[in-house]
Design a protein around this ligand. Structure first.
Ligand code: HEM
Length: 224
């Protein structure tokens, strides 16, 4: 109970919850991206990967429930911290100090909410009710065909690209905040950690966006 109070009733505790859940979600995003990039190795690899994940239903559901809990705690602590900040300063600043806040930091809540709406769309698109439910010659869900057909729709591909742009902004800034909270991003290391956060966020962008862009350029069309 003491731990619960320390975590959820103090700003430091809430920041800790936000940072740790953010880190877990980031781990998922990296794993998911690496898994998805197997699409470039051909239908057999990505379909086998999907079948492998589904062959461990207990583990899969444990991971899904943990992810959902992380999403919930991440959002709840973010909203609560925004409220704490407003309570601490009920009257808005007359002049915004443009230099002390960046575009990313001012829009964290919005980039986060749009990424969340993307995840809900994405779940319906590829997991809950995909338009394409076909199987390959081995009887496995044909994820390759589903993804290629999905991204052949330029509107859907454009939404993925937009959502991944916001995700990159959100991840880069989130990571910078985490480095600051951990006390690493200080003095002469400040710029290095800033650059590292940007590099990681935008590497995820390149990895994820390479798939819809490749499909729009014709990748995989001959196989579906
Ligand atoms: C363009 C990049 C992406 C591609 C190609 C992609 C592809 C997929 C596919 C094929 C599935 C279904 C897997 C299956 O049913 O076996 C899936 C599920 C999922 N994706 Fe993505 N994804 C992308 C980006 C993202 C991003 C950026 C996020 C989160 C920020 C995300 C979150 C999820 C989640 C939560 C699931 C459900 C996992 C589960 O139910 O086990 N995806 N994705």
């Amino acid at each position: 109970m003491k731990l619960f109070n320390a975590l959820f009733h103090s700003s430091v505790g809430k920041k800790y919850v936000m940072g740790m859940t953010g880190l877990a979600l980031f781990g998922f995003v990296i794993g998911h991206m690496l898994g998805n990039l197997q699409i470039f190795l051909g239908p057999d690899k990505i379909n086998a990967y999907g079948a492998f994940l589904k062959s461990m239903p207990k583990l899969l559901w444990a991971a899904r429930i943990s992810l959902l809990a992380c999403v919930f705690l991440h959002i709840a602590s973010a909203i609560s911290l925004v409220r704490d900040n407003r309570r601490a300063r009920p009257v808005a600043y007359q002049v915004r100090q443009a230099r002390s806040t960046t575009f990313a930091s001012r829009t964290m809540i919005w980039s986060g909410l749009i990424v969340l709406s993307f995840i809900i769309y994405h779940l319906f698109d590829f997991t809950i009710s995909p338009d394409y439910k076909g199987v390959d010659s081995e009887g496995r869900h044909d994820i390759f065909a589903m993804v290629v057909l999905g991204f052949s729709n330029p509107f859907s591909a454009a939404f993925y690209i937009l959502a991944n742009t916001l995700l990159a902004i959100h991840l880069s800034h989130g990571m910078q905040s985490l480095f600051q909270s951990l006390g690493w991003s200080v003095g002469r290391f400040r710029q290095a950690f800033h650059n590292l956060a940007l590099l990681v966020g935008w590497s995820v962008f390149i990895g994820n966006v390479s798939i819809p862009v490749a499909v729009l350029l014709g990748f995989g069309k001959e196989a579906v």
